[in-house]
Design a protein around this ligand. Structure first.
Ligand code: ATP
Length: 262
């Protein structure tokens, strides 16, 4: 199913605009001369607020580059990016760092938890470092949503991989970011633990109104999303709402002429 418009199930916007992040004519090139690689080739994308968006495409199609540019982790060669109504492409580095800290959450393939801190301390660490007082009610809701109540005093080493990734999800949600980016967040998990983490990401969108963007190669992971954006050769070549694992797999075969999943 394809749509040019917002799906009717889209929740009402929580911020000023309908988009949590937006790229306009974004070009990202690496190197110069004969070694120049255009990773993003005039990309226009709007990430809708309160939705779960998956980014897919063959290896080297620009997925990580797009995510890093949208998250303000990488600069663009030309074009503009907005996060939560702020144009980040013209921000000085210090303000960009603050914006990333306050409005963007990250979940990576590696859980990146501190082994000497317990679960609650890991969840609130970024806020503690920033000198911000966590909102106890919100943290309790997040902890419950990701199913960590009763595990708060445990250290990461006492948890399974899936539970550790849930701590990383809770940490990403703790500061109520405008948008959470996941770079293959289930890439290191077995399928059961991966399904658990994906369900919690889904729940955080449905019950907490979180906006999530996730890069993945896995059609099953993508089927948890509301929308799948397909990249090929640095361009957006497809936009699917209401994905299922089967129709994602079909699309992947079409967009990757070699018929491989990635
Ligand atoms: N730091 C860099 N220097 C030079 N080229 C780069 C750099 N980062 C990425 N590229 C190139 O940009 C293109 C897009 O890379 P990117 O990592 O965004 O793709 P991807 O779709 O995330 O790939 P994968 O699925 O393999 O992780 C590739 O051709 C890659 O080689």
């Amino acid at each position: 199913m394809y749509a040019d418009t917002l799906p009717s199930t889209a929740p009402p916007p929580r911020g000023k605009s309908l988009t949590a992040a937006r790229a306009q004519h974004v070009v990202k090139a690496y190197g110069s001369g004969a070694t120049r690689v255009v990773a993003l080739d005039a990309v226009d994308v709007a990430i809708e607020r309160g939705q779960f968006t998956a980014i897919m495409g063959p290896s080297g199609s620009g997925k990580s580059t797009l995510m890093h540019c949208l998250a303000g982790l990488d600069t663009v060669t030309s074009g503009q990016i907005w996060v939560d109504d702020v144009e980040i492409t013209s921000l000085p580095e210090r303000r960009l760092t603050e914006l990333r800290r306050d409005r963007v959450g990250f979940v990576f393939q590696a859980f990146n938890l501190l082994p000497t801190l317990n679960v609650m301390e890991n969840i609130t660490l970024p806020m503690d470092i920033a000198g911000r007082k966590p909102d106890a009610g919100w943290i309790a809701e997040v902890v419950e949503t990701v199913g960590l109540t009763g595990r708060l005093k445990h250290r990461p080493g006492q948890l399974s991989g899936g539970q550790q990734q849930r701590v990383a999800v809770a940490r990403a949600l703790a500061a109520r970011p405008a948008i959470v980016f996941g770079d293959e967040p289930t890439g290191n998990l077995d399928s059961r633990a991966g399904a658990e983490v994906l369900s919690f990401l889904r729940t955080s969108v449905d019950t907490l109104g979180q906006t999530i963007v996730m890069v993945t190669h896995d059609p099953v992971a993508a089927s948890y999303a509301d929308r799948v954006l397909y990249l090929a050769d640095g361009r957006v070549v497809g936009d699917m709402y209401g994905p299922t694992a089967d129709n994602v797999l079909e699309r992947m075969k079409q967009f990757d002429g070699r018929g491989r999943a990635s």
